[in-house]
Design a protein around this ligand. Sequence first.
Ligand code: F6P
Length: 322
Amino acid sequence: MQKIAVLTSGGDSPGMNACIRAIVRTSIFHNTEIWGIRRGYEGLMDSEFVQMNTKSVANIIQRGGTILKTARSSRFMETEGLLVAAQNLKEQGIEGLITIGGDGTFRGALALQQHSDIKIVGCPGTIDNDLVGTDFTIGYDTAINTVVEAVDKIRDTAESHERLFFVEVMGRDAGLIALRSGIGAGAEAILIPETPTHIDDLIRRLEGGRKDKSSKIVIVSEHDDAGGAFAIAEKVKAKLPYYDTRVTILGHIQRGGNPSCMDRVNASRMGFAAVEALLEGRSGEMAGIVNKQVCFTPFEKAVKHLEELDQSLLRMVEILSL
Ligand code: F6P
């Protein structure tokens, strides 16, 4: 391949820049021209191509966000948009494309492949960790560390005021951010979309255990079936009026910040592997890391993220929060 391109799409995640850096430098090592596409699929339809070199990715491994910018695009899911994108790639002479993003990005890649003969390899970039074919997506480790740091701070004030806090975290329809960060922060309960939430059970848990606990923290994953953190807090307050409750929505701070070492290393390995895979002629697959080994998973499978959650972890949370 003479010419390949890279884009980031969907929600940004810490470590995307480390991945771009690996892709650019590996391509140059293999004497392949590497082009960046700004603003994801939106920029692809608007022909926002920019040639990259080793210097364009200097000093970015430590930076959060994505130097290529990103976007969510509904236009790209229409046939018209896909045809424009395919034509732009052809005119630019791009033979291979690396897409860094989450399930929406890979669904977009699948659609593009139906309208073009471009070869596409993906790298999993999302804080949600909701893709099949990799133990950890790029950004997940940083995001859970951000949550733990924030909850540690909330714990200080919760202890002083003897309060019950409901902390809402991101994850879309996956509870993996909530689960890991909740364990790491020593939460009293973790509510996730994968398991039904019963307010009476939650109350039983909050009332059970040590009576002399000064503070209690419930981590609520967005899109929990009992509602968001505010709605759940209200339902609990109605039954336990003597609790002094507060709600914190962590929001987009979870998507920013310098990537952790683990995210930088995983992103570098995946970006490096994605270029070599493209050059070997692979297409339609996502590069991931499972059991420390790089592996490839077809996009169709990667986006099916409703894998069984490790129920033993939830049981452990109940026991450890006594
Ligand atoms: O997919 C990443 C994510 O941060 C989700 O956890 C969250 O639901 C969503 O993106 C928020 O997207 P936006 O920034 O477009 O509001």
